[in-house]
Design a protein around this ligand. Sequence first.
Ligand code: SAH
Length: 295
Amino acid sequence: MINSTAIKFPFLIFRKRLNRKAAQTPTGNLLHADNTAGKPGQVFIVGAGPGDAELLTIKAWKCLQQADVVLFDWLVDKSVLAEIPRHVKTEFVGKRSGQHSMVQQDICTRMVALASSGLKVVRLKGGDPAVFARTTEETAALQQANIPFAIVPGITAASGASAYTGIPLTERNCAQSVTLATAHFKDPEKMPDWHSLAKATKTQTVVIYMGLSRLKEIAENLSSRGVAEDFPVAVVENACCSNQQVIAGNLADIADKVQGAKLTGPALLIFGEVVKSRQQVSLQLLQQVTHVTGF
Ligand code: SAH
């Protein structure tokens, strides 16, 4: 049964040392003009996962412990930042949709400069670095500067949202594959391929990243290309975070429901029959794991 009302999950109790990282030492004097020690720098591009710090891989966590400096995005949850040791410098290089605080080129330049001065740099990105994360722009800059780099995967928002809401991404009776799509392109005038997306909903689950502000437009475009008005849709805001919210509905009513709930994102849009196969996952059990492991 779909519960079409907004559900709030006041569940995960993260460690209380959260905001300390926000006030952490800036890296201003970290950069040496030249790498006099000759120590080779290196960069780890690390996936932070969608929220809950316990979803970090062990390798990602170890990278954070060993870093000299961490450059992080706005999508990285406070609970993840709290895992960075106090002595490690941090820099916010956030790019929130529509409010670019640092352009991509400047992030690349900064990362190359820090690594060139011999530092071990972690570039911490929300979710997985391979999914809508502009990673190739950064790795191209590193390659050009001859800086060794590695990529550590993270849980992408679609996987995290699926697990923490109980909405499967595939289900053999209705969706044998899944499409991860974005509604936000480098060229803001560019539109998704509505025809392909509408066609995909017949057999697949379609998960749209960066689509919250265009939800109404997306629903209208799918509808005008033949997707039924009662086609199931779920919107998951702050997946895997303590303030996760799920709005479930259908193509005809989802935009109004989401507007009523005043979601601000980040949020994923899940279009698919799988929304009807939602499982009753217990977030309280996840909380118990937190207590057992001492996090
Ligand atoms: N690399 C990231 C995606 C970055 S694009 C990943 O693999 O998840 C940014 C978009 O990801 C957001 O606009 C939103 O659509 C989605 N997103 C990221 N984290 C999310 C979260 N915790 N809950 C819901 N959506 C999220």
